[in-house]
Design a protein around this ligand. Sequence first.
Ligand SMILES: C[S@@+](CC[C@H](N)C(=O)[O-])C[C@H]1O[C@@H](n2cnc3c(N)ncnc32)[C@H](O)[C@@H]1O
Length: 211
Amino acid sequence: MISQERLDIFLETLEAGAEPIPPQIEEEALKAGVPVISRDAQRLIRTILAAQKPDVILEIGTAVGFSSVFMCACSDARIVTIENYAKRIPVAKENIRLAGYEDRITLIEGNAGEILPSLTGPFDLIFLDAAQGQYIAFLPEIRRLLRSGGILITDNVLMDGDLLEPHTAVQRRFRTIYKRLREYLRAIMEDDGLVTTVLPVSDGLAVTVKK
Ligand SMILES: C[S@@+](CC[C@H](N)C(=O)[O-])C[C@H]1O[C@@H](n2cnc3c(N)ncnc32)[C@H](O)[C@@H]1O
């Protein structure tokens, strides 16, 4: 079994150079226990952005803005990002300002469940990185907002591997999330209009293309 930590260190020695992002954005987020996209997810997203060259990206789950800033640094896209946790919003705004992307990133404050129906799109790429139990409820709007040929990237779909275990092996308090996440994966895998793969990247990353 390859250790993710050793692989990260090895690949970082090979990488030509990191994106020009103020390093304190990721460092301070990690210090404060705020989730940010993992290094392996960063590599995959950077590669997808280089191949797809999106003009407009929708992100659900800004946190403190690290992934928005990262996707801006890796592409020429404009980004609409949604966050509902009031404490994180001023930090995200400050990080976006610090990185110099205020003109390309629009932060919408509020619950994605309420905001998504008001958006018109279409978006070339959607990055779904919010509360996993809500993914299935967001799916109809996400599907509507994603253009044909667009890419949906969904983070944290394997719950640290728990999703591969029987329902009874999962702690009781996580069972509803587990059930909804399985419904979400079934929905994106079985939909004839979507092509999906789930990769053991980050905490499980699903990459979906809308036909
Ligand atoms: C995993 S973090 C996002 C990390 C960020 N994408 C990054 O990599 O820098 C998930 C974020 O989604 C937000 N969130 C969860 N459910 C949401 C909802 N329904 N509407 C808006 N934001 C939501 C949480 O408050 C949290 O900050």
